[in-house]
Design a protein around this ligand. Structure first.
Ligand code: FDA
Length: 621
């Protein structure tokens, strides 16, 4: 692999600043008569080493693409913000290698310890209700087990980022910390980015073919590129209080990630309720507490933080070791266009929302899985640049969907407060009386108890929304449906994942059995890894012959597998036959990001012509 700090020669380049760039900043190649030499050149420059940037770097390096990632700070996340790690994000880690996936599990709190989602007066106080969350309800667990070879888990961002970043750097990414992105300008052949070396105070330029803005919720790249957004920033005020204290006696018998505290004022700002979140069981915690965004931001002093912790835990003498405290705002804001020319934004840069549903880091990692293979194929000359347009077509709708979902979840805590008689505006003494009323033997109390149960059960749209996590289906020029109609969801699309091989959907997971040693192998395992894959069955061998020729002609790698008796992978359980939605002689063409991009229900008259047509479209050749 080439190093990212070699200066490559370049010719005169035409500026597209009026069309693409923010138009302020570094000396353009034209302005300097084409003689301007950047300090560093690389193929892809990534701004930010959060989950989005580090995952992009790791994937690009795995695919053999020269890239550089910069971060304005000297190191990675210093607080454990993201933690709920869903199956789709874990599938990206698994695709990076089993060692990456295994290391994530090694540092994660396992799924079984995540599930007793508690609603209480305080940790020491009375429990009001609970729901099994994050795939721990037996019915939901079955769906999780059937949907993916991976498991949901709780991996704090302080572990996820180093894992992705280490994977990136060990595979070739050039990383530059204490390096701040200032501005960029793109032209017809590349992007010139001006950075500040924060150690020396000197500015320097990096010339790349593509620029990835993974610079978080205050993205300067998105701002400079003038990406259009909808929604609103700062719709609620929130604070994080990170501390150590052994709380085993309150929680170990009802293991959970999230303990929701219903106290007067708990529904003001923040994420709908007071939250005591497990960071490490059971001695490291993060409290999330809201404040009124229309009031001045509170100063979270150690005394204030200790008071909030004592109040939510319900122990006036609790001693905490305060690790950090900070305020942040709840946003409801998404980009309606996520890229422009050679600049692609991802992660919080394009979707800014509260942590409800635990979607931020997960979606950021999935953004990178969508973009990285496309950049790789374009840079290797295997695809035309138009393939890159599919990133926006496929990921902008997801940005809107998850921002909307996460904000809706905050609103859906209202019925719990209402059922408890704790809605905003009720005076605290009356609130206490209303709360106690549910313990009476009256018909009114029974109705209240039912309302509480219903309101809590409804929160599965936040705490067990498997469909939101897994049902992403794409429509773009990188998918060829041949007019096949998208199957309607039979169950609630937010709650339940519905497998389909309709082109645009993620390939369903099924355990296949390897011939010889019988090893369980997921359909996802035999796809991905930066390559297209063709799956067929007995009678579909002409697809395999055809795809080999097409791959050679296109100069790309395409894996092909015949699934069936005495083949390398066998469908002993019959699950594949149930889910494939094609006959044995049909085929599925699967993209490197596990999404089906074309399917044929049976053997066609001319497999080679069909595959050539499809790949020409998808790869913009
Ligand atoms: P992120 O903000 O993480 O990273 C941005 C990077 O860009 C950083 O490296 C930063 O230093 C760098 N940068 C910024 N400006 C720069 C510049 N000018 N020059 C150079 N570098 C620059 N998500 C989830 O999936 N599950 C969950 O359970 C939760 N829980 C959760 C709880 C709480 C309390 C919060 C506040 C948030 C969550 N999240 C979450 C959300 C999650 O933290 C968030 O979505 C991801 O960090 C987004 O990752 P990005 O890489 O996009 O941005």
């Amino acid at each position: 692999m080439r190093s990212a700090n070699c200066c490559r020669p370049h010719g005169r380049e035409r500026s597209l600043s009026s069309e693409f760039s923010a138009g302020r900043g570094p000396p353009s190649f034209v302005a300097l008569g084409g003689d301007y030499m950047p300090d560093i050149t690389t193929d892809v420059l990534i701004i930010g080493t959060g989950p989005a940037g580090s995952a992009t770097a790791a994937l690009l390096s795995t695919y053999g693409v020269e890239n550089m990632a910069i971060n304005r700070y000297r190191w990675l996340a210093n607080t454990p913000r993201a933690h709920i790690t869903n199956q789709r994000a874990m599938e990206v880690l698994r695709d990076l290698g089993r060692e990456v996936e295994d290391e994530a599990y090694m540092f994660a709190t396992h799924q079984e310890l995540m599930g007793e989602n508690i609603f209480c007066e305080s940790l020491a106080g009375e429990e009001i209700g609970r729901m099994k969350a994050w795939g721990n309800h037996p019915l939901s667990k079955a769906e999780h087990l059937m949907s993916s070879p991976t498991q949901m888990n709780d991996l704090p961002q302080t572990f996820m980022e180093p894992l992705l970043f280490k994977t990136a750097c060990s595979r070739g990414t050039q990383a530059r910390m204490s390096t701040e992105y200032l501005r960029h300008e793109q032209d017809i052949e590349g992007v010139t980015t001006t950075c500040l070396d924060r150690l020396t105070g000197k500015e320097f330029t990096i010339r790349s073919k593509y620029l990835v803005g993974a610079d978080g919720g205050k993205s300067l790249v998105a701002e400079n590129e003038r990406l259009p957004f909808e929604g609103k920033m700062g719709v609620g005020g929130s604070m994080n209080i990170l501390f150590r204290a052994d709380l085993s006696k309150y929680v170990a018998h009802r293991p959970s990630v999230l303990y929701w505290v219903m106290q007067p004022g708990a529904d003001v700002g923040g994420i709908g309720m007071g939250l005591v979140r497990m960071v490490r069981p059971w001695n490291e915690w993060l409290i999330v507490w809201g404040y009124d965004i229309n009031e001045p931001e509170p100063e979270v002093t150690p005394e204030f933080a200790t008071d909030v912790a004592r109040q939510l835990i319900g122990d006036p003498d609790l001693e905490i070791e305060l690790l950090s405290a900070n305020t942040w705002t709840v946003n409801n804001y998404y980009a309606t266009k996520t890229s422009n020319g050679r600049v692609f934004c991802m992660g919080d840069a394009i979707h800014r929302h509260p942590p409800s549903n635990g979607l931020g880091s997960n979606t950021s990692i999935q953004d990178s899985f969508n973009l990285a293979w496309k950049l790789a194929m374009v840079l290797k000359g295997q695809a035309g640049e138009r393939l890159l347009e599919s990133y926006d077509a496929e990921r902008a709708p997801i940005a809107k969907q998850i921002v909307t979902r996460a904000n809706q979840s905050i609103g859906e805590t209202g019925p719990i407060f209402a059922a408890l008689g704790m809605a905003e505006g009720v005076d605290p003494e009356q609130m206490q009386k209303n709360l106690e009323a549910r313990t009476d033997g009256t018909a009114a109390a029974e109705a209240q108890r039912e309302a509480i149960r219903k309101a809590i059960a409804f929160k599965k749209y936040e705490f067990d929304a498997h469909g939101v996590e897994m049902n992403q289906r794409y429509r773009s020029n990188a998918v060829v449906t041949d007019g096949q109609i998208e199957p309607a969801f039979q169950l609630d699309a937010d709650l339940h994942y519905q497998p389909t091989t309709w082109p645009g959907a993620r390939l369903p997971h099924v355990w296949l059995y390897r011939h010889g040693d019988g090893a369980e192998t997921s359909t996802l395992d035999i796809c991905g890894h930066g390559r297209f894959t063709l799956l067929t069955g007995l009678g579909g061998e002409p697809w395999v012959e055809a795809v080999k020729k097409v791959a050679e002609e296109f100069g790309i790698e395409i894996e092909a597998h015949v699934i069936g008796p005495r083949q390398t992978y066998i469908d002993h359980s019959g699950e594949w036959a149930r889910l494939a939605e094609i006959s044995d002689s049909g085929c599925l063409l699967v993209r490197p990001d596990h999404h089906v991009c074309w399917r044929a229900s049976s053997l066609s008259d001319d497999p080679k012509a069909d595959l050539t047509r499809v790949l020409k479209t998808i790869l913009a050749r």
